[in-house]
Design a protein around this ligand. Structure first.
Ligand code: PEP
Ligand code: MG
Length: 539
């Protein structure tokens, strides 16, 4: 047995036979058709896959392929190719590599990742010209290994037999990762079939959460996988409307990318509890126009029937946007971020508020501000919303704050006469409470939400809100963590905004918390000295 470490990008654990589908380019193999025919054939192939995807609710992949057709038929590219013919396979591929290099050099991460797509299309064209396709041995559970995975390749697979993807190249938004997340297939990046003797390996375990790949696993490792699968099945069984009612809880979704909106499918979650709107700006290379923001908001309306808690721009800290030309800061997490930044950039802020109130979500939206640290922050930002609403003749929505700075968490009562709701951002609240940068893994011991001093802060906020009939939810990662959610339930929280994929695990944990509540004295938990002893209260 041997364990290789990659980067887990789509969670889940499973086993399978490792299958390498990598086709290497060999320019010595002659083309069987003309270059023009090859482009037409590949375009037609993409079109037929798009039709297949559209009829099986794989819209995200269909969209990727629509973009592939545009790239393949891009006038600049076809112009460069027109000087070549099918005898020049290497030169044809070079044209794609050159284009890909241009994208790779762009500052924007989104465009950098598109450079991989251009290379993939180039390779696919060469294989089409050479009449080389991949055949899948589809009826054994398998873990697919590839240098990169193109939509063409994933479309030829029977995903029912694919238990994992291990991809050497590619970023977190590459095609393989989108497919994996969409289908709940574990995926690891950064490991290659060349890292072990794949031909002599009969089975691997893929752990898409930790990024571990276990080669030729022993009995005890396989037993852990079986236990994991049994737990997952049990969690899915207890994930029902009936249990949500029994618990008296509402689950809402955290949404932070276009893919998350499109791939969202969960009939028990009808609301968004945290819309991380900054991704609409981060994914672009220039400031988005009002109309495009309105279109994105309209998309939300179609997917979510109930409340949409829209967080206004939370830029700054670890989220930088080049075109805003923000000043460099020595401590960006303590700098001009969140509501501080939008108050300094009124036009940016007003456009965003207009886009919300002008879109189809306006009837169900609640607006909240990130990084509020004083009552004045809230009042000033609220004024902006009211003035935009008045100007548009729109109804003023419910307006609330994220509780993520210690100053608010210590004294939530300062805000109760002014806010419509609180949403606790445990990620930032932890980093600011323990003075430990949330991005530094070696400081993880300080990022433990079960620390009793942190629980006391949470208890204070939840109690203050509940006693004053103010809605309170948690939208930080603590609500997506089984132990964290368990403790929040004991503390009286009933609205959990979480990563939708975690919902079944959270409901099973909350059912246990409900049982525990019968015999628990919360003061006893809060009087513990560290998180280890708090954990002993979790059954
Ligand atoms: C938080 O800080 O807990 C939160 C939900 O916001 P973000 O993770 O986007 O900073
Ligand atoms: Mg935050």
């Amino acid at each position: 047995m041997r364990v290789l470490q990659g980067t887990g990008v789509s969670p889940g654990v499973n086993t399978g036979k490792p299958i390498n589908i990598e086709r290497t380019l060999d320019f010595s193999i002659a083309s069987t058709i003309s270059l023009d025919e090859g482009i037409k054939e590949l375009t037609a192939k993409y079109k037929s896959i798009i039709a297949k995807y559209n009829s099986s609710s794989r819209e995200i992949e269909a969209e990727v392929l629509e973009a592939y057709i545009l790239i393949l038929n891009d006038p600049e590219l076809t112009n460069s190719l027109s000087e070549l013919n099918e005898a020049n396979l290497e030169k044809i591929y070079d044209v794609f590599l050159e284009q890909s290099e241009v994208f790779k050099k762009m500052d924007d991460e989104y465009f950098q990742q598109r450079s991989e797509d251009i290379e993939a299309i180039g390779k696919e064209l060469i294989f089409t010209l050479q009449d080389i396709s991949i055949e899948f041995d589809a009826d054994v559970p398998q873990v697919i290994f590839a240098n990169e995975l193109t939509p063409n390749e994933t479309s030829s697979m029977n995903l029912n037999f694919v238990n994992g993807f291990v991809v050497k190249e590619g970023g977190p938004t590459s095609h393989a990762v989108i497919v994996a997340k969409n289908y709940g297939i574990p995926c690891i990046l950064g490991i290659s079939s060349a890292d072990f003797d794949i031909d002599n390996v009969v089975e691997v375990i893929i752990n898409g959460s930790t990024g571990e790949l276990t080669i030729n696993p022993d009995e005890s490792s396989l037993k852990i996988v079986e236990e994991y699968k049994a737990t997952t099945i049990k969690q899915l069984e207890s994930y029902s409307e009936e249990n949500l009612n029994k618990l008296g809880v509402e689950l809402r979704a955290n949404i932070g990318s276009t893919d998350e909106i499109k791939s969202f499918k969960d009939s028990l979650i009808k609301s968004i509890g945290l819309f991380r709107s900054e991704f609409l700006y981060i994914e672009e290379s220039t400031e988005p126009e009002l109309d495009s923001l309105i279109n994105s908001n309209n998309l939300l309306n179609e997917k979510f029937e109930e409340t949409i808690v829209y967080r206004t721009l939370d830029i700054g800290g670890d989220k930088q946007v080049d075109y805003l030309n923000l000043l460099p800061e020595e401590n960006p997490f303590l700098g001009v971020r969140g509501v501080r930044l939008t108050l300094e950039n009124r036009q940016l802020f007003k456009t965003q508020i207009s886009s919300i109130l002008n879109s189809s979500i306006s009837g169900k939206v609640k607006i909240m501000f990130p990084m509020v640290a004083t009552l004045e922050d809230f009042q000033e930002a609220k004024e902006v919303v009211i003035s935009v609403a008045n100007k548009l003749g729109a109804k003023i929505p419910k307006i609330g704050i994220m509780v993520e700075t210690p100053s608010v968490a210590i004294s939530p009562e300062i805000y109760i006469d002014e806010v419509d709701f609180f949403s606790i951002g445990t990620n930032d609240l932890l980093q600011y409470s323990f003075a430990a940068d949330r991005g530094i893994t070696s400081l993880n011991k300080y990022h433990d939400a079960l620390n009793p001093s942190f629980l006391k802060l949470l208890h204070n906020i939840i109690n203050t809100a509940n006693q004053n009939d103010i809605e309170v939810s948690v939208c930080g990662d603590m609500a997506s963590d089984t132990e964290g959610a368990y403790m929040l339930y004991l503390l009286g929280l009933r609205i959990f905004s979480l990563a939708p994929s975690q919902a079944p695990a959270i409901v099973s944990s909350l059912l246990k918390a409900k049982e525990a509540l019968k015999n628990i004295n919360i003061d006893e938990i809060l009087s513990q000295k560290n998180s280890q002893s708090v954990r002993k209260f979790i059954i």
